[in-house]
Write a protein that binds this ligand. Structure first.
Ligand SMILES: [Zn+2]
Length: 284
């Protein structure tokens, strides 16, 4: 699952390329919208909502007033790319699901998990279930904590990924936030001493990665740990490497329902994040 910062960056790039531009052509390569033609429609804005992208368009001046939204979700493999008009695509053409052309850019969506066009007033149907967005203008920590607490027995590592509680956290930030809070990902929500503090930490990590360059969560030291670590991750992807707080080898395990294999993998320090309950099965 993509992280919220990836979606935020994708939306910013698409907004820069498309906002204020009138489409010269549109090509939806999914059966449901194969005959839809949005030529003449103008993109008003592109906004992220959790891991969803919303491209909002206004009807041509000569047509009846209307507003449509191209709603997409990248899932595991999807991406949007911006090219100069006629530019050579960097992905195979058969994976393209949507091609939007303006006077200044070709914008192509590849391998999108979700792609649909809906009336803009109906957006709440596709993103209304989302909890507060960590990167959204309306972030509400109290509401996110309230939603998390409605299922106190759920493992915190599962609850953080559930976009109905809060939107924007993928597997990387889930693992890193649990480490920084000293909480095992399989610990129940009710056992997390400072939920609000944990979410604040996750928000800081996400916000620090909105600029260009690779994602980094480890850019400052830890209390009680001498020296600055090299930039990177605290625990994610660091199986068998020493914990940067205590030196214990980082472990990798599976957690939660087997819906998406990628999202089940957790990384943690068994010493700094103690008491893994029985349902965190070691797979390494
Ligand atoms: Zn440790």
């Amino acid at each position: 699952m993509p992280e919220g910062d990836s979606i935020w960056r994708a939306a910013a790039e698409l907004h820069k390329a498309l906002a204020g531009q009138t489409l010269r052509s549109s090509d939806f390569r999914v059966p449901r919208f194969a005959t839809l033609d949005l030529a003449g429609w103008t993109v008003s804005e592109v906004v992220p909502r959790g891991k969803h992208l919303l491209m909002r368009l206004l009807a041509p001046a000569e047509a009846a007033p209307g507003a449509l939204t191209i709603h997409s979700h990248l899932k595991m493999e999807g991406s949007w790319q911006v090219y100069a008009p006629g530019g050579r695509w960097r992905k195979p053409g058969h994976t393209a699901r949507c091609v939007l052309r303006t006077a200044t850019a070709d914008v192509v969506g590849f391998s999108l998990g979700t792609l649909e066009v809906i009336p803009t007033p109906d957006e709440s149907r596709v993103v209304g279930h989302l909890g507060p967005d960590l990167l959204g203008p309306d972030w509400d920590a109290e509401e996110a904590v309230r939603r998390l607490r409605t299922a106190p027995d759920t493992p915190i590592g599962v609850a953080l990924l559930d976009q109905r509680n809060l939107a924007g956290i993928g597997n990387i930030y889930r693992c890193e936030a649990c480490f920084l809070a000293g909480v095992h990902p399989a610990a129940p929500v009710s056992a997390v001493p400072d939920l609000a503090g944990m979410l604040t930490e996750a928000k800081v990590l996400l916000e620090a990665n909105l600029g260009p360059g690779r994602r980094i969560t480890r850019r400052t030291g830890l209390p009680g740990v001498r020296g600055l670590p090299r930039p990177g991750y605290w625990v994610y992807g660091r199986e068998h490497q020493p914990c940067l707080r205590c030196g214990t080898p980082i472990r990798r395990a599976a957690l939660g329902p087997a819906s998406g294999l990628e999202d089940r993998i957790i990384y943690f320090c068994p010493k700094c994040q103690p008491s893994p309950p029985a349902d965190a099965t070691e797979i390494s």
